[in-house]
Write a protein that binds this ligand. Structure first.
Ligand code: HH2
Length: 273
């Protein structure tokens, strides 16, 4: 029996981040020891995360990417410890990494290239009946922040996600297994990010749950007046997450799980009242 993504991860669902990388912008280097990464994942689930997102390749602006062997070397020992036990998603664009993760029990493939990075990935997701997150990114991490321009950022992101959703379903992935993500910070200025958050309902019209990743991103620090900020604070992240929730987002990819779970619980009661 397959379950729709919105049933398996009802709104609001918090996705805790575990980056097994030396260079991620907010938690780089903290989880290179697989036992430490596994312990963090367990803690995030205890704090109320519905899923933990394990990644072995940084996608921060300017990053170069890693080869398949290195990415596998980073994530497999972590997945071996937790993927059969905890709800896990794998943050990868590589088919072989996704395959290994799904074999070890991962439930969702989080692909920031939206199935453009590896021609084999759609088949792997379809074959395993996995959940999938399709993310909008302009260009690639190395260059994506070089003067990003759009005619209308929301219309452009919407058109892109609609097209990638059609591509995924044409490749045998059930639509009900898919979440869509505007890709906050992936080739966007501060203004683009804020406009995407403000006009999120236009993306919700695509009919699939929206995942947003604003957590600790640099645009938050820049909103607060530091033009050179490389990260944003947990408090600013929670505020942006609540804005996204208010405008219909379902899943929240965050580093500070407890803070988001508490804030979203209150917001949820407010809307229920
Ligand atoms: N953001 C990052 C990585 N993966 N996946 C989705 N679906 N949405 C996002 O917004 C998103 C993502 C970047 O954040 P982080 O993992 O903290 O940093 P890094 O890429 O440097 O590892």
């Amino acid at each position: 029996m397959t379950q729709a993504l919105e049933e398996r991860f009802p709104r609001p669902a918090v996705v805790g981040v575990v980056n097994v990388t030396p260079d991620s912008f907010s938690d780089g280097g903290a989880h290179l020891d697989p036992a430490v990464a596994a312990a963090t994942a367990r803690r995030l689930i205890e704090e109320g995360a519905a899923l933990v997102d394990v990644g072995g390749e940084s996608t921060r602006p300017g990053s170069e990417g890693v080869d398949e062997d290195e990415e596998l070397r980073r994530v497999v020992p972590v997945l071996e410890r937790i993927a059969g036990e905890l709800p896990v998603s794998i943050d990868t664009a590589k088919a072989e990494v996704a395959r290994r993760a799904l074999e070890l029990g991962a439930l969702l493939v989080n692909d920031v290239t939206a199935l453009r990075g590896d021609p084999e990935l759609a088949g792997v997701v379809a074959e395993h009946g996995a959940y999938l997150c399709l993310v909008h990114m302009r260009g690639e991490p190395r260059t994506m922040q070089d003067d990003p321009r759009y005619d209308d950022v929301v219309a452009d992101v919407k058109r892109f996600l609609d097209e990638r959703l059609a591509f995924a379903t044409a490749n045998g992935i059930s639509e009900e297994r898919i979440a869509l993500d505007p890709g906050i910070g992936f080739g966007k200025t501060v203004e683009h990010n804020l406009e995407l958050l403000a006009r999120l309902p236009e993306l919700g019209a695509l009919g699939r749950p929206l995942l947003v990743g604003v957590s600790r991103k640099r645009f938050l620090g820049r909103v607060l007046g530091d033009p050179d900020a490389l990260t944003g604070s947990a408090t600013a992240s929670v505020a942006a997450g609540l804005v996204a929730y208010d405008r219909g987002a379902s899943l929240f990819r965050v580093h500070d799980v407890r803070e988001h779970v508490e804030a979203l619980s209150v917001a949820e009661r407010r809307t229920a009242a």
